[in-house]
Ligand binder design. Structure first.
Ligand SMILES: Cc1cc2nc3c(=O)[nH]c(=O)nc-3n(C[C@H](O)[C@H](O)[C@H](O)COP(=O)(O)OP(=O)(O)OC[C@H]3O[C@@H](n4cnc5c(N)ncnc54)[C@H](O)[C@@H]3O)c2cc1C
Length: 493
């Protein structure tokens, strides 16, 4: 009987968990090494008194990418993975009293935006259909395949995409494309915001990123029935059922070479070493090169790509409920361009766009009756090591409370019962993400997609890369796709 092949995975983020399931389903003996004492990376939860909070992601699209993991086994195991599909996608508020709402029902969204923002329904229709068209033209080819294989480039779909290059808005920024289409600057702002879904700046990112609304309106927005953490929790349980071993509190400190083009295995901080046929890194690609391979030259090269933005989050237990808010709420800044200018300079803007995410609207057990759990977030620059975060957080907290209080019509302060604060330094330390970037590298220039690190090492044939810092990029769906691409690459090998 031939012995099972062995795979070692560094990190148990969403991509590491998906990879573990995929390799176990392929018949590999899989071990996942996780530096912290829990699985999930940025996708974990915590309680603050009677309030439950998801630490990181709040928006869940493309659930089929999770569901397909549960179908990899011929006899699918009971996944327990259930979610609400949201009828309301997001509520938007401006300081001048303008409000609007977007819905899963695209026609209703178009009618509502047209009415609330005096926008042309035809232009809105055109925007959503262009978003879908962009996805159909390039999404499948470029997001689901390695860009570093000739096979990808030789498919008919690439030729088709190249023929439609002008419609892809590659040479315009997102903002330029949106300004050209919409009459109202508020509609422009609403659609520019999609750049932040991968930590980019709409005034720099290519118009191709107008593909992102299709993720939300084409595939819907969802909330797992036990919160976002249920995504990683259910994949973790599934992996355990498939026989995957998880070594927690096990920081990998070296990737060991067999020879100049093959990896032998991994060494942990404890000094223990393990041999593997295949090694997959789900840790930040910069750290993988700098710390584990000690390849400072390659690590420095990776730093030439701009990092994505980070976040400042106030997790507030609120002693009151607010019927005007839904699960996802945005309170826009007056001057979006200045806000991004500040983030680009490593600063926080004094009128930031505030995102309030309240899972207790759908999951009543997340807060006591009559109370709410507010995940209140603003986009923040990544940690460049020079900022005075304590001072910046103090000022931002006041401005955010002021902005929300103006919107609700009274002082929010006395309703804040519990508070936990997370800033880019915490994100960096807790999830070992270089500079605390939420999504690895940004898409702030049109070549960013091609500059992201590939999913297979150009040097070591049995070393692979997955997760937010490599192709196809950050965010839950793309991280899941990175594991799918590596699954295909290993099959081809
Ligand atoms: C505040 C916030 C909000 C976000 N909002 C959204 C959202 O709404 N929607 C969305 O889709 N995405 C969102 N994201 C982005 C999303 O969370 C990430 O893109 C995704 O979770 C990254 O997953 P990953 O697989 O790259 O691994 P990560 O989650 O980065 O996990 C990597 C894991 O590797 C471990 N590790 C690192 N180095 C080592 C080592 N040497 N040895 C052992 N283990 C190691 C770490 O401890 C960690 O557990 C958000 C992120 C944050 C922080």
């Amino acid at each position: 009987m031939s012995e099972k092949k062995k795979a070692g995975i560094i990190g148990s983020g969403i991509a590491g968990l998906a990879m573990a399931v995929r390799l176990a389903a392929k018949g590999y003996e899989v071990t996942v090494f996780e530096a912290s004492d829990r699985v999930g990376g940025k996708l974990h939860e915590f309680w603050d008194g009677p309030y439950r909070f998801d630490f990181g992601p709040s928006l869940f699209t493309m659930p089929h990418l999770v569901e397909e993991l549960f179908e990899l086994q011929k006899v699918p195991l009971d996944s327990n993975f259930e979610y609400h599909s949201l009828p309301i996608i997001c509520k938007y508020f401006w300081d001048d009293g303008t409000q609007t709402t977007t819905f899963a029902d695209l026609q209703k969204t178009i009618e509502t935006l047209a009415k609330d923002l005096s926008e042309s329904p035809d232009k809105l229709e055109e925007h959503f259909s262009q978003s879908k068209k962009k996805y159909d033209l390039v999404g499948k080819t470029f997001l689901e395949h390695s860009l570093h294989r000739w096979k990808t480039w030789l498919t008919g779909s690439v030729a088709n995409a190249l023929l439609h290059l002008p419609q892809l808005d590659v040479f315009k920024t997102m903002h330029q494309a949106n300004v050209k289409r919409f009459a109202n600057s508020k509609t422009v702002q609403l659609f520019d915001r999609y750049a932040t879904y991968n930590g980019s700046n709409p005034y720099k990112a290519p118009g191709l990123l107008n593909i992102i609304p299709h993720f939300e309106y084409g595939y819907g927005a969802h909330l797992p029935k036990k919160g976002m953490y249920q995504i990683t929790q259910s994949i973790h349980h599934y992996a355990l059922n498939l026989g995957v071993k998880f070594e927690l509190n096990s920081k990998v400190t070296a990737i060991d070479r067999l020879h100049s083009s093959k990896i032998k295995g991994l060494t942990l901080e404890s000094g223990s070493s393990y041999d593997f046929d295949v090694v997959v890194s789900n840790m930040d690609a910069y750290y993988t090169y700098n710390e584990l391979l000690k390849d400072r030259e390659k690590a420095a090269k990776l730093l030439k790509q701009e990092r994505s933005s980070s976040a400042l989050i106030f997790y507030w237990g609120i002693d009151r409920s607010f019927p005007q808010f839904d699960l996802h709420n945005i309170l826009f800044s007056k001057d979006y361009e200045r806000e991004f200018d500040h983030i680009g300079k490593g600063e926080l803007y004094d009128d930031p766009t505030v995102y309030i995410h309240i899972t207790s609207k759908y999951l009543p057990e997340d807060a006591p009756e009559g109370h709410e759990n507010w995940f209140t977030m603003i986009n923040a620059p990544y940690n460049n090591g020079q900022q005075d975060w304590e001072e910046m957080i103090k000022v931002a907290r006041e401005k955010i409370i002021q902005k929300i209080s103006n919107q609700i019509g009274f002082d929010l302060t006395k309703y804040i019962q519990t508070e936990t604060i997370v800033d880019p330094r915490t994100i960096e330390n807790k999830t070992l993400s270089y500079t605390g970037s939420l999504y690895g590298t940004s898409s702030n220039d049109q070549w960013a997609a091609f500059a992201r690190h590939p999913n297979q090492s150009p040097q070591y044939s049995n070393l692979y890369f997955i997760g937010g810092s490599v192709h196809p990029g950050g965010g839950i769906p793309l991280c899941l796709l990175s594991a799918k691409i590596v699954d295909d690459l290993i099959t081809q090998e």
